[in-house]
Design a protein around this ligand. Structure first.
Ligand code: IPE
Ligand code: IPE
Ligand code: MG
Length: 243
Protein backbone atom coordinates (compact mmCIF):
# COMPACT_ATOMS: atom_id res chain seq x y z
CA UNK A 1 0.00 0.00 0.00
CA UNK A 2 1.52 3.34 -1.05
CA UNK A 3 1.24 6.18 1.42
CA UNK A 4 -1.16 9.03 0.71
CA UNK A 5 0.69 12.36 0.63
CA UNK A 6 -0.74 15.39 2.38
CA UNK A 7 -1.28 18.21 -0.12
CA UNK A 8 -2.08 21.61 1.31
CA UNK A 9 -3.98 23.54 0.05
CA UNK A 10 -5.63 20.86 -1.99
CA UNK A 11 -7.56 21.98 -5.06
CA UNK A 12 -11.25 21.25 -4.57
CA UNK A 13 -11.86 20.80 -8.29
CA UNK A 14 -9.31 19.61 -10.84
CA UNK A 15 -9.99 19.62 -14.59
CA UNK A 16 -7.78 17.76 -17.06
CA UNK A 17 -7.39 17.97 -20.83
CA UNK A 18 -6.10 14.47 -21.48
CA UNK A 19 -4.05 15.01 -24.62
CA UNK A 20 -1.35 13.10 -26.48
CA UNK A 21 -2.68 9.56 -26.89
CA UNK A 22 -2.22 9.65 -30.65
CA UNK A 23 1.36 10.93 -30.52
CA UNK A 24 2.22 8.42 -27.78
CA UNK A 25 1.03 5.60 -30.06
CA UNK A 26 2.78 7.01 -33.14
CA UNK A 27 6.07 7.17 -31.23
CA UNK A 28 5.64 3.43 -30.66
CA UNK A 29 4.67 2.73 -34.31
CA UNK A 30 1.22 1.71 -33.17
CA UNK A 31 -2.28 2.75 -34.29
CA UNK A 32 -3.89 5.69 -32.49
CA UNK A 33 -6.34 3.44 -30.68
CA UNK A 34 -3.42 1.74 -28.94
CA UNK A 35 -2.70 5.13 -27.39
CA UNK A 36 -6.30 5.63 -26.34
CA UNK A 37 -6.29 2.22 -24.64
CA UNK A 38 -3.13 3.11 -22.72
CA UNK A 39 -4.76 6.43 -21.89
CA UNK A 40 -7.67 4.62 -20.25
CA UNK A 41 -5.16 3.15 -17.77
CA UNK A 42 -4.03 6.66 -16.90
CA UNK A 43 -7.67 7.61 -16.30
CA UNK A 44 -8.01 4.74 -13.83
CA UNK A 45 -4.84 5.70 -11.99
CA UNK A 46 -5.53 9.43 -11.87
CA UNK A 47 -9.13 8.91 -10.70
CA UNK A 48 -7.88 6.62 -7.94
CA UNK A 49 -5.13 9.02 -6.88
CA UNK A 50 -7.49 12.01 -6.91
CA UNK A 51 -9.91 10.14 -4.67
CA UNK A 52 -7.13 9.03 -2.32
CA UNK A 53 -5.74 12.51 -1.77
CA UNK A 54 -9.22 13.91 -1.21
CA UNK A 55 -10.09 15.87 -4.33
CA UNK A 56 -13.85 16.46 -4.35
CA UNK A 57 -14.44 17.15 -8.07
CA UNK A 58 -12.52 15.78 -11.04
CA UNK A 59 -13.51 16.76 -14.59
CA UNK A 60 -11.91 14.90 -17.48
CA UNK A 61 -12.07 16.07 -21.09
CA UNK A 62 -12.55 12.77 -22.89
CA UNK A 63 -14.23 13.78 -26.17
CA UNK A 64 -14.92 17.24 -27.56
CA UNK A 65 -17.64 18.45 -29.93
CA UNK A 66 -14.78 18.98 -32.41
CA UNK A 67 -13.56 15.37 -32.01
CA UNK A 68 -16.58 14.15 -34.04
CA UNK A 69 -14.58 15.28 -37.08
CA UNK A 70 -11.96 12.56 -36.54
CA UNK A 71 -11.90 9.48 -38.82
CA UNK A 72 -14.99 7.32 -38.28
CA UNK A 73 -12.94 4.34 -37.14
CA UNK A 74 -11.19 6.34 -34.42
CA UNK A 75 -14.51 7.75 -33.16
CA UNK A 76 -15.98 4.25 -33.12
CA UNK A 77 -12.98 2.90 -31.25
CA UNK A 78 -13.15 5.71 -28.69
CA UNK A 79 -16.86 5.08 -28.09
CA UNK A 80 -16.24 1.34 -27.63
CA UNK A 81 -13.42 2.10 -25.23
CA UNK A 82 -15.62 4.48 -23.25
CA UNK A 83 -18.31 1.85 -22.92
CA UNK A 84 -15.91 -0.83 -21.77
CA UNK A 85 -14.25 1.61 -19.32
CA UNK A 86 -17.62 2.44 -17.75
CA UNK A 87 -18.62 -1.22 -17.52
CA UNK A 88 -15.37 -2.28 -15.93
CA UNK A 89 -15.21 0.65 -13.50
CA UNK A 90 -18.78 0.72 -12.19
CA UNK A 91 -18.16 -1.64 -9.27
CA UNK A 92 -15.02 0.27 -8.24
CA UNK A 93 -16.82 3.61 -8.50
CA UNK A 94 -19.59 2.32 -6.26
CA UNK A 95 -17.17 0.81 -3.77
CA UNK A 96 -15.18 4.05 -3.60
CA UNK A 97 -18.18 6.34 -3.29
CA UNK A 98 -17.57 8.07 -6.63
CA UNK A 99 -20.51 9.87 -8.19
CA UNK A 100 -20.35 9.88 -11.98
CA UNK A 101 -21.67 12.71 -14.12
CA UNK A 102 -21.51 13.79 -17.74
CA UNK A 103 -20.76 17.25 -19.13
CA UNK A 104 -21.76 17.40 -22.76
CA UNK A 105 -24.23 16.46 -25.47
CA UNK A 106 -25.09 13.01 -24.15
CA UNK A 107 -27.78 12.63 -26.80
CA UNK A 108 -25.16 12.63 -29.56
CA UNK A 109 -23.44 9.52 -28.18
CA UNK A 110 -24.32 6.12 -29.68
CA UNK A 111 -27.40 4.55 -28.01
CA UNK A 112 -25.50 1.74 -26.32
CA UNK A 113 -22.93 4.14 -24.86
CA UNK A 114 -25.71 6.43 -23.65
CA UNK A 115 -27.47 3.51 -21.99
CA UNK A 116 -24.29 2.38 -20.22
CA UNK A 117 -23.52 5.93 -19.16
CA UNK A 118 -27.05 6.51 -17.85
CA UNK A 119 -26.88 3.24 -15.95
CA UNK A 120 -23.57 4.19 -14.28
CA UNK A 121 -24.84 7.68 -13.46
CA UNK A 122 -28.02 6.26 -11.91
CA UNK A 123 -26.10 3.58 -9.97
CA UNK A 124 -23.78 6.16 -8.40
CA UNK A 125 -26.25 9.01 -7.87
CA UNK A 126 -26.29 8.51 -4.10
CA UNK A 127 -22.51 8.34 -3.73
CA UNK A 128 -21.20 11.07 -1.49
CA UNK A 129 -17.48 10.90 -2.35
CA UNK A 130 -15.66 12.44 -5.27
CA UNK A 131 -17.65 13.76 -8.23
CA UNK A 132 -16.21 12.43 -11.47
CA UNK A 133 -17.41 14.43 -14.47
CA UNK A 134 -16.66 12.97 -17.88
CA UNK A 135 -16.80 15.60 -20.59
CA UNK A 136 -18.23 13.79 -23.60
CA UNK A 137 -19.19 15.53 -26.82
CA UNK A 138 -18.41 18.62 -24.79
CA UNK A 139 -17.85 22.11 -26.12
CA UNK A 140 -17.84 25.17 -23.92
CA UNK A 141 -19.36 27.50 -26.50
CA UNK A 142 -22.25 25.10 -27.16
CA UNK A 143 -22.72 24.78 -23.39
CA UNK A 144 -22.90 28.54 -22.94
CA UNK A 145 -25.25 29.01 -25.89
CA UNK A 146 -27.55 26.35 -24.44
CA UNK A 147 -27.55 28.21 -21.14
CA UNK A 148 -28.31 31.50 -22.87
CA UNK A 149 -31.19 29.95 -24.80
CA UNK A 150 -32.70 28.52 -21.64
CA UNK A 151 -32.33 31.80 -19.79
CA UNK A 152 -33.83 33.61 -22.79
CA UNK A 153 -36.84 31.30 -22.77
CA UNK A 154 -37.38 31.93 -19.06
CA UNK A 155 -37.27 35.68 -19.65
CA UNK A 156 -39.68 35.43 -22.58
CA UNK A 157 -42.23 33.55 -20.49
CA UNK A 158 -41.88 36.00 -17.62
CA UNK A 159 -40.34 33.39 -15.30
CA UNK A 160 -37.21 35.46 -15.00
CA UNK A 161 -36.37 39.16 -15.05
CA UNK A 162 -33.27 40.06 -17.15
CA UNK A 163 -31.93 42.04 -14.16
CA UNK A 164 -31.88 38.79 -12.18
CA UNK A 165 -29.26 37.27 -14.52
CA UNK A 166 -26.05 37.22 -12.54
CA UNK A 167 -22.94 35.00 -12.50
CA UNK A 168 -24.51 32.50 -10.16
CA UNK A 169 -27.67 32.15 -12.23
CA UNK A 170 -25.66 31.70 -15.41
CA UNK A 171 -23.46 29.05 -13.70
CA UNK A 172 -26.57 27.19 -12.64
CA UNK A 173 -27.52 26.73 -16.29
CA UNK A 174 -24.25 25.00 -17.20
CA UNK A 175 -23.47 21.27 -17.01
CA UNK A 176 -21.38 22.07 -13.95
CA UNK A 177 -24.37 23.49 -12.04
CA UNK A 178 -23.94 23.05 -8.31
CA UNK A 179 -20.20 22.31 -8.55
CA UNK A 180 -17.43 24.80 -7.81
CA UNK A 181 -15.21 26.14 -10.60
CA UNK A 182 -11.97 24.22 -11.19
CA UNK A 183 -9.02 25.46 -9.13
CA UNK A 184 -6.51 23.71 -11.34
CA UNK A 185 -6.46 22.87 -15.04
CA UNK A 186 -3.94 20.32 -16.25
CA UNK A 187 -3.17 19.78 -19.95
CA UNK A 188 -0.80 17.03 -20.99
CA UNK A 189 1.35 16.62 -24.10
CA UNK A 190 2.71 20.08 -24.67
CA UNK A 191 -0.13 22.05 -26.22
CA UNK A 192 -0.95 25.28 -24.39
CA UNK A 193 -4.54 25.95 -25.35
CA UNK A 194 -8.01 25.39 -23.94
CA UNK A 195 -9.62 23.71 -26.98
CA UNK A 196 -13.13 24.86 -26.06
CA UNK A 197 -13.00 23.44 -22.54
CA UNK A 198 -14.84 25.08 -19.60
CA UNK A 199 -14.22 28.63 -20.84
CA UNK A 200 -16.53 30.19 -18.23
CA UNK A 201 -15.61 27.89 -15.35
CA UNK A 202 -11.83 28.22 -15.79
CA UNK A 203 -11.83 32.02 -15.32
CA UNK A 204 -9.53 31.89 -12.30
CA UNK A 205 -8.07 28.38 -12.51
CA UNK A 206 -4.34 27.82 -12.18
CA UNK A 207 -3.01 26.41 -15.46
CA UNK A 208 -0.51 23.56 -15.52
CA UNK A 209 0.97 22.37 -18.78
CA UNK A 210 3.26 19.38 -19.08
CA UNK A 211 5.05 17.76 -22.02
CA UNK A 212 4.16 14.31 -20.66
CA UNK A 213 1.79 12.44 -22.98
CA UNK A 214 -1.47 11.38 -21.36
CA UNK A 215 -0.68 7.60 -21.35
CA UNK A 216 2.48 8.41 -19.33
CA UNK A 217 0.63 10.69 -16.92
CA UNK A 218 0.14 8.51 -13.86
CA UNK A 219 0.04 8.83 -10.07
CA UNK A 220 3.52 10.36 -9.77
CA UNK A 221 2.93 12.96 -12.50
CA UNK A 222 -0.47 13.87 -11.09
CA UNK A 223 0.96 14.36 -7.60
CA UNK A 224 3.70 16.55 -9.12
CA UNK A 225 1.01 18.76 -10.73
CA UNK A 226 -0.74 19.07 -7.36
CA UNK A 227 2.53 20.09 -5.71
CA UNK A 228 3.01 22.81 -8.33
CA UNK A 229 -0.51 24.03 -7.54
CA UNK A 230 0.42 24.22 -3.84
CA UNK A 231 3.36 26.51 -4.71
CA UNK A 232 1.19 29.02 -6.60
CA UNK A 233 -0.11 32.17 -4.96
CA UNK A 234 -3.71 32.81 -5.93
CA UNK A 235 -4.50 36.49 -5.63
CA UNK A 236 -7.92 36.89 -7.30
CA UNK A 237 -7.15 40.49 -8.18
CA UNK A 238 -5.77 41.46 -4.77
CA UNK A 239 -2.14 42.26 -3.99
CA UNK A 240 0.28 39.67 -2.69
CA UNK A 241 0.16 41.38 0.72
CA UNK A 242 -3.59 41.15 0.93
CA UNK A 243 -3.90 37.40 0.46
C1 IPE B 1 -6.43 12.88 -26.55
O1 IPE B 1 -5.39 12.42 -27.33
C2 IPE B 1 -7.65 12.01 -26.64
C3 IPE B 1 -8.77 12.61 -27.38
C4 IPE B 1 -8.80 13.82 -27.88
C5 IPE B 1 -9.94 11.78 -27.58
P1 IPE B 1 -5.29 12.75 -28.87
O2 IPE B 1 -6.00 11.70 -29.62
O3 IPE B 1 -5.75 14.14 -29.15
O4 IPE B 1 -3.74 12.65 -29.11
P2 IPE B 1 -2.83 13.51 -30.05
O5 IPE B 1 -3.07 14.94 -29.70
O6 IPE B 1 -3.23 13.21 -31.46
O7 IPE B 1 -1.45 13.08 -29.73
C1 IPE C 1 -8.88 18.25 -26.68
O1 IPE C 1 -7.88 17.53 -27.35
C2 IPE C 1 -10.04 17.37 -26.43
C3 IPE C 1 -9.81 16.23 -25.54
C4 IPE C 1 -8.74 16.01 -24.83
C5 IPE C 1 -10.90 15.32 -25.44
P1 IPE C 1 -7.66 17.67 -28.91
O2 IPE C 1 -6.45 16.88 -29.23
O3 IPE C 1 -8.90 17.35 -29.65
O4 IPE C 1 -7.37 19.24 -29.04
P2 IPE C 1 -6.81 20.12 -30.25
O5 IPE C 1 -7.76 19.98 -31.38
O6 IPE C 1 -5.46 19.61 -30.58
O7 IPE C 1 -6.77 21.51 -29.70
MG1 MG D 1 -4.79 15.95 -29.24
Amino acid sequence: MTSVPVIQPLPVHVAIIMDGNGRWAKERHQPRLFGHKAGAESVREVVETAREVGIRHLTLYAFSTENWQRPGLEVKGLMALLKSYLKSELATMKKNGIRLGCFGQKERLPDDVQATLDHCIAETVDSTGMRLNLSLSYGSRAEMLGAMQEIGRKCATGQLRPEAIDEQLFSEHLYSAGQPDPDLLIRTSGEQRLSNFLLWQLSYAELYFTETRWPDFRREQFLEALQVFVSRQRRFGKTGEQV
